[in-house]
Design a protein around this ligand. Sequence first.
Ligand code: ZN
Length: 302
Amino acid sequence: MKWLDRQSFLGINSDQALRDAVIGLAGLGGGGSHVVQQLAHVGVGNFVVLDDDSIDDTNLNRLIGGRHGDLPKESRPGTDKVEIARRVIVDINPAAKVYARSALWQVEADRLKGCDLIVGGLDSVRAKSELEGFSRRFLIPYLDMGMDVHALDDGYLIAGQVALSMPGCPCLRCMGIVRQEALDEEGRNYGAAGGKPQVVWPNGVLASTAVGLAVQILSPWLPNPISSTYLEYDGNSHTIKESARFARIKNLPCPHYPSNETGDPSFDVRKVLDTPAPVQNVATAAIPAPSWWRRLFGWLAI
Ligand SMILES: [Zn+2]
């Protein structure tokens, strides 16, 4: 028996497809840390992991792979979240190639251009919108996750969502996840102290759902994979279902990202492939060449 035999139902070439896949993750917190762990288990071979944060005591209730020994001490800061992600991945699959950098995703945007799929575990609505805009520009499927806890008169509601934003399909604005009012409110509260409430199990549900969507994109598992979706999670009733808003708009064209606004005239895919991995903070590994259609797109965009 081999490592991936129990998932052979994913298709004849699924092992190879997953091994060749390059997945970009921006945000390695409660959701992203679950996703990298699961993608490593299913055999994804290449990762670009980006987050400028390091672990602190308040992360230990939910950060997959985080250890007590990673917490900040008087003599040093906490371990970078991307280093924790890299450690989780290579502990499961030593052959995986991990490009990990403790930085905002914008610093390594060229790396993300070579990815087959981008997963966002970002907190703010503005950050989600910017990463989705980038993904649309380079025709890369984008998976978004988010959770929140809302105060009710008689308690709290755990809520969250997973959205698959595919070029040509409804975007986060169409879905109502990115709304101008939310952007304005975030702007007014910019710099406000304190983090949002977060716990491990809703992040696990949302991340597992996102990984299921990722695998159906990457493997020949489903003959007609879902091309776009917005799934809402109710953590009090423990249910996840398609958003009613999405059901109404899923067949409508997206007016926010016209198909003629793609590409980057200054992007040279050869620079990405020839640039060595950074030496600080991180594990070093060359990312393999992007799939043939992405290379073609890169050449056409020069
Ligand atoms: Zn749209």
